[in-house]
Write a protein that binds this ligand. Structure first.
Ligand code: MN
Length: 131
């Protein structure tokens, strides 16, 4: 059931390329931005099915960007997976507490990465909740 549009927000060219290629091989469509500011604009315009968010970005960081997406009625329902270089257990809890729908550590493992993407895409959406 691939084919969904996925937005990759990641400033590292190598990581972006790897995620893009892995997703496209599986039939997903992808968009990419190098900054959170641009990513938020693209998300508002393109309404992707999923966003992959690097946490460490130039300018606005990924956690602040998530809050901005959640504050906008156009983008608040879009699931967002955090992609982070470091994920010790206390950091994972912080990531999930920030409201991310999942996380993936870098460097990505292809099989696990695709599983997390699929799992989050298949998760039932919250509808009509006022949070
Ligand atoms: Mn980065």
């Amino acid at each position: 059931m691939a084919g969904e549009l996925i937005l990759i927000i990641e400033d590292n060219e190598k990581n972006r390329k790897l995620m893009r290629e892995v997703l496209r091989v599986k039939g997903y469509q992808t968009l990419e931005t190098e900054t959170a500011e641009e990513g938020i604009r693209v998300a508002q315009e393109s309404l992707p099915a999923l966003i992959l968010m690097d946490l460490q970005l130039p300018g606005m960081d990924g956690i602040t960007a998530l809050a901005a997406l959640r504050a906008d009625p156009r983008t608040k329902e879009i699931p967002v997976i955090a992609v982070t270089a470091s994920a010790m257990s206390h950091q994972r809890l912080k990531i999930l507490a920030a409201g991310f729908d999942g996380y993936q550590t870098k460097p990505i493992t292809v099989k696990e990465f695709l599983q997390v993407v699929r799992e989050v895409l298949d998760r039932p959406r919250k509808t009509g909740e006022s949070s």
